[in-house]
Design a protein around this ligand. Structure first.
Ligand code: PGA
Length: 250
Protein backbone atom coordinates (compact mmCIF):
# COMPACT_ATOMS: atom_id res chain seq x y z
CA UNK A 1 0.00 0.00 0.00
CA UNK A 2 1.52 3.31 -1.00
CA UNK A 3 0.50 6.90 -0.31
CA UNK A 4 1.24 9.42 -3.06
CA UNK A 5 1.26 12.78 -1.32
CA UNK A 6 1.72 14.66 -4.63
CA UNK A 7 2.64 18.35 -4.07
CA UNK A 8 1.12 18.49 -0.60
CA UNK A 9 2.71 18.64 2.86
CA UNK A 10 5.54 20.97 3.83
CA UNK A 11 8.32 19.29 5.83
CA UNK A 12 6.58 20.26 9.08
CA UNK A 13 3.20 18.98 7.93
CA UNK A 14 4.79 15.85 6.51
CA UNK A 15 6.42 15.08 9.86
CA UNK A 16 3.05 15.26 11.61
CA UNK A 17 1.29 13.07 9.03
CA UNK A 18 4.10 10.50 9.02
CA UNK A 19 3.94 10.33 12.82
CA UNK A 20 0.18 9.68 12.76
CA UNK A 21 0.56 6.95 10.13
CA UNK A 22 3.44 5.25 11.99
CA UNK A 23 1.59 5.41 15.30
CA UNK A 24 -1.51 3.92 13.72
CA UNK A 25 0.48 0.98 12.39
CA UNK A 26 2.59 0.31 15.46
CA UNK A 27 2.49 -3.39 16.31
CA UNK A 28 0.84 -4.28 12.98
CA UNK A 29 4.04 -5.75 11.53
CA UNK A 30 2.34 -8.68 9.83
CA UNK A 31 0.09 -6.42 7.73
CA UNK A 32 0.69 -5.32 4.12
CA UNK A 33 3.85 -3.45 3.19
CA UNK A 34 3.15 0.27 3.64
CA UNK A 35 5.04 3.23 2.15
CA UNK A 36 4.50 6.96 1.66
CA UNK A 37 5.93 9.17 -1.08
CA UNK A 38 6.17 12.82 0.03
CA UNK A 39 7.45 15.68 -2.16
CA UNK A 40 11.27 15.80 -2.36
CA UNK A 41 11.95 18.49 0.28
CA UNK A 42 9.78 16.66 2.82
CA UNK A 43 11.60 13.33 2.45
CA UNK A 44 14.23 14.03 5.16
CA UNK A 45 11.50 15.03 7.65
CA UNK A 46 9.53 11.87 6.92
CA UNK A 47 12.65 9.75 7.23
CA UNK A 48 13.33 11.20 10.69
CA UNK A 49 9.94 9.94 11.84
CA UNK A 50 9.71 6.64 9.95
CA UNK A 51 13.23 5.28 10.43
CA UNK A 52 12.97 2.14 12.57
CA UNK A 53 9.19 1.78 11.96
CA UNK A 54 7.44 -0.63 9.60
CA UNK A 55 6.58 2.21 7.18
CA UNK A 56 8.89 2.81 4.20
CA UNK A 57 9.20 6.00 2.16
CA UNK A 58 9.95 6.93 -1.41
CA UNK A 59 9.88 9.64 -4.08
CA UNK A 60 7.40 10.60 -6.78
CA UNK A 61 9.85 11.00 -9.66
CA UNK A 62 13.58 11.04 -10.44
CA UNK A 63 16.05 11.90 -13.17
CA UNK A 64 17.19 9.14 -15.52
CA UNK A 65 20.75 10.47 -15.03
CA UNK A 66 22.96 9.66 -12.07
CA UNK A 67 24.36 13.19 -11.84
CA UNK A 68 25.18 16.12 -14.07
CA UNK A 69 24.19 19.58 -15.25
CA UNK A 70 20.40 19.07 -15.07
CA UNK A 71 19.05 22.10 -13.25
CA UNK A 72 16.02 21.34 -11.11
CA UNK A 73 16.32 17.56 -11.31
CA UNK A 74 16.81 15.01 -8.53
CA UNK A 75 19.10 12.00 -8.99
CA UNK A 76 18.48 8.47 -7.74
CA UNK A 77 21.70 8.29 -5.62
CA UNK A 78 20.33 11.26 -3.67
CA UNK A 79 17.16 9.28 -2.98
CA UNK A 80 19.23 6.27 -1.93
CA UNK A 81 21.12 8.52 0.46
CA UNK A 82 17.78 9.64 1.92
CA UNK A 83 16.81 6.05 2.63
CA UNK A 84 14.08 5.90 -0.03
CA UNK A 85 12.97 2.42 -0.97
CA UNK A 86 10.45 3.30 -3.72
CA UNK A 87 10.19 5.69 -6.67
CA UNK A 88 6.89 6.35 -8.47
CA UNK A 89 7.47 6.54 -12.24
CA UNK A 90 5.27 7.70 -15.10
CA UNK A 91 2.37 8.96 -13.00
CA UNK A 92 -0.32 10.28 -15.35
CA UNK A 93 0.18 13.81 -14.00
CA UNK A 94 3.82 13.58 -15.08
CA UNK A 95 2.84 12.17 -18.46
CA UNK A 96 0.10 14.76 -19.07
CA UNK A 97 1.55 17.91 -17.49
CA UNK A 98 5.29 17.34 -17.80
CA UNK A 99 5.50 15.48 -21.09
CA UNK A 100 6.79 12.14 -19.84
CA UNK A 101 6.70 9.36 -22.41
CA UNK A 102 6.98 5.58 -22.38
CA UNK A 103 10.62 5.94 -23.34
CA UNK A 104 11.45 8.39 -20.53
CA UNK A 105 9.71 6.02 -18.09
CA UNK A 106 11.82 3.16 -19.46
CA UNK A 107 15.07 5.12 -18.96
CA UNK A 108 14.13 6.07 -15.41
CA UNK A 109 13.12 2.50 -14.68
CA UNK A 110 16.59 1.29 -15.64
CA UNK A 111 18.20 3.88 -13.38
CA UNK A 112 15.97 3.07 -10.41
CA UNK A 113 16.48 -0.69 -10.77
CA UNK A 114 20.23 -0.17 -11.18
CA UNK A 115 20.29 1.56 -7.80
CA UNK A 116 18.41 -1.30 -6.12
CA UNK A 117 15.26 0.73 -5.42
CA UNK A 118 11.74 -0.47 -6.19
CA UNK A 119 9.99 1.39 -8.99
CA UNK A 120 6.21 1.85 -8.98
CA UNK A 121 5.38 2.17 -12.68
CA UNK A 122 2.04 3.88 -13.32
CA UNK A 123 -0.09 3.09 -16.35
CA UNK A 124 -3.67 3.93 -17.27
CA UNK A 125 -5.98 5.17 -19.99
CA UNK A 126 -7.80 8.50 -20.31
CA UNK A 127 -11.57 8.72 -20.45
CA UNK A 128 -11.47 9.29 -24.25
CA UNK A 129 -9.31 6.21 -24.69
CA UNK A 130 -11.65 4.10 -22.56
CA UNK A 131 -14.72 5.33 -24.38
CA UNK A 132 -13.04 4.57 -27.72
CA UNK A 133 -12.48 0.98 -26.53
CA UNK A 134 -8.70 1.49 -26.48
CA UNK A 135 -7.96 0.73 -22.80
CA UNK A 136 -6.12 -2.54 -23.40
CA UNK A 137 -4.13 -1.19 -26.33
CA UNK A 138 -2.99 1.88 -24.33
CA UNK A 139 -2.08 -0.07 -21.20
CA UNK A 140 -0.25 -2.72 -23.26
CA UNK A 141 1.78 -0.02 -24.97
CA UNK A 142 2.70 1.57 -21.63
CA UNK A 143 3.68 -1.79 -20.10
CA UNK A 144 5.77 -2.82 -23.12
CA UNK A 145 7.33 0.63 -23.36
CA UNK A 146 8.45 0.45 -19.74
CA UNK A 147 9.44 -3.22 -19.42
CA UNK A 148 10.66 -4.44 -22.81
CA UNK A 149 14.39 -5.06 -22.63
CA UNK A 150 14.50 -5.13 -18.80
CA UNK A 151 15.73 -8.51 -17.46
CA UNK A 152 12.89 -10.66 -16.11
CA UNK A 153 14.47 -11.01 -12.66
CA UNK A 154 14.38 -7.23 -12.31
CA UNK A 155 10.81 -6.94 -13.56
CA UNK A 156 9.68 -9.41 -10.89
CA UNK A 157 10.73 -6.99 -8.17
CA UNK A 158 8.92 -4.00 -9.61
CA UNK A 159 5.48 -2.70 -8.74
CA UNK A 160 2.95 -1.64 -11.39
CA UNK A 161 0.10 0.73 -10.55
CA UNK A 162 -2.96 0.72 -12.78
CA UNK A 163 -4.48 4.17 -12.47
CA UNK A 164 -7.25 5.01 -14.95
CA UNK A 165 -6.74 8.73 -15.55
CA UNK A 166 -10.49 9.38 -15.35
CA UNK A 167 -10.54 8.00 -11.79
CA UNK A 168 -7.66 10.06 -10.39
CA UNK A 169 -8.81 12.72 -7.96
CA UNK A 170 -12.29 12.68 -9.51
CA UNK A 171 -14.18 10.63 -6.94
CA UNK A 172 -15.05 8.27 -9.79
CA UNK A 173 -13.53 4.84 -9.10
CA UNK A 174 -13.22 1.98 -11.54
CA UNK A 175 -15.59 -0.78 -10.49
CA UNK A 176 -13.80 -3.80 -9.01
CA UNK A 177 -14.66 -5.72 -12.21
CA UNK A 178 -13.29 -2.99 -14.50
CA UNK A 179 -10.08 -2.75 -12.48
CA UNK A 180 -9.66 -6.52 -12.22
CA UNK A 181 -10.06 -6.91 -16.00
CA UNK A 182 -7.20 -4.49 -16.67
CA UNK A 183 -5.03 -5.97 -13.90
CA UNK A 184 -5.52 -9.42 -15.43
CA UNK A 185 -4.54 -8.05 -18.80
CA UNK A 186 -1.40 -6.38 -17.37
CA UNK A 187 -0.35 -9.70 -15.83
CA UNK A 188 -0.92 -11.45 -19.16
CA UNK A 189 1.20 -8.84 -20.98
CA UNK A 190 3.99 -9.23 -18.42
CA UNK A 191 3.73 -12.99 -18.77
CA UNK A 192 4.08 -12.68 -22.55
CA UNK A 193 7.18 -10.52 -22.11
CA UNK A 194 8.91 -12.28 -19.24
CA UNK A 195 7.08 -15.51 -18.40
CA UNK A 196 4.48 -16.49 -15.87
CA UNK A 197 6.73 -16.57 -12.81
CA UNK A 198 7.75 -12.95 -13.33
CA UNK A 199 4.16 -11.91 -13.99
CA UNK A 200 3.03 -13.60 -10.77
CA UNK A 201 5.82 -11.99 -8.73
CA UNK A 202 5.08 -8.46 -9.99
CA UNK A 203 2.77 -6.62 -7.62
CA UNK A 204 -0.01 -4.69 -9.35
CA UNK A 205 -1.63 -1.88 -7.36
CA UNK A 206 -4.85 -0.07 -8.22
CA UNK A 207 -5.04 3.72 -7.93
CA UNK A 208 -7.78 6.25 -8.58
CA UNK A 209 -10.17 7.59 -5.91
CA UNK A 210 -9.56 4.70 -3.49
CA UNK A 211 -11.35 5.52 -0.24
CA UNK A 212 -12.06 3.57 2.97
CA UNK A 213 -15.52 2.76 1.59
CA UNK A 214 -14.44 1.16 -1.69
CA UNK A 215 -11.00 -0.25 -0.79
CA UNK A 216 -12.12 -3.67 0.50
CA UNK A 217 -14.04 -4.56 -2.66
CA UNK A 218 -11.16 -3.52 -4.90
CA UNK A 219 -8.48 -5.32 -2.89
CA UNK A 220 -10.46 -8.54 -2.76
CA UNK A 221 -10.03 -8.98 -6.54
CA UNK A 222 -7.53 -11.73 -7.33
CA UNK A 223 -5.17 -9.59 -9.42
CA UNK A 224 -5.29 -6.42 -7.29
CA UNK A 225 -2.36 -6.59 -4.88
CA UNK A 226 -2.88 -3.28 -3.08
CA UNK A 227 -3.38 0.42 -3.75
CA UNK A 228 -1.64 3.65 -4.72
CA UNK A 229 -3.56 6.23 -2.76
CA UNK A 230 -3.56 9.96 -3.56
CA UNK A 231 -6.10 12.23 -1.84
CA UNK A 232 -7.07 9.77 0.89
CA UNK A 233 -3.42 9.30 1.91
CA UNK A 234 -3.32 12.93 3.09
CA UNK A 235 -5.55 11.94 6.01
CA UNK A 236 -3.93 9.44 8.39
CA UNK A 237 -7.35 8.22 9.42
CA UNK A 238 -8.47 7.42 5.86
CA UNK A 239 -5.10 5.97 4.86
CA UNK A 240 -5.03 3.71 7.93
CA UNK A 241 -8.60 2.59 7.22
CA UNK A 242 -7.56 1.69 3.65
CA UNK A 243 -4.56 -0.27 4.96
CA UNK A 244 -6.98 -2.01 7.34
CA UNK A 245 -9.24 -2.90 4.39
CA UNK A 246 -6.30 -4.59 2.71
CA UNK A 247 -5.42 -6.52 5.89
CA UNK A 248 -8.88 -7.98 5.99
CA UNK A 249 -8.70 -9.23 2.38
CA UNK A 250 -5.29 -10.89 2.78
P1 PGA B 1 -6.40 9.75 -5.95
O1 PGA B 1 -4.95 9.74 -6.68
O2 PGA B 1 -6.39 8.65 -4.95
O3 PGA B 1 -6.48 11.12 -5.33
O4 PGA B 1 -7.41 9.55 -7.02
C1 PGA B 1 -4.30 8.55 -6.97
C2 PGA B 1 -2.96 8.87 -7.60
O5 PGA B 1 -2.89 9.86 -8.36
O6 PGA B 1 -1.95 8.18 -7.37
Amino acid sequence: MCGNWKMYKTPGEARALAREVANGLRGADDGPEVAVCPPFPSIPAVREILEGTSVAWGAQNCSPHLEGAYTGEVAVPMLVDLGCRFVILGHSERRQIFGETDSSVHEKLQTVLGAGLTPIVCVGETLDEREAGRTEEVVDRQIRGAFEGIPGAEVGRTVVAYEPVWAIGTGRTATPEQAEAVHRRIRATLSGLHGEDVATATRILYGGSVKPGNAGELFSQPNIDGGLIGGASLSARDFLAIVGAECSTE
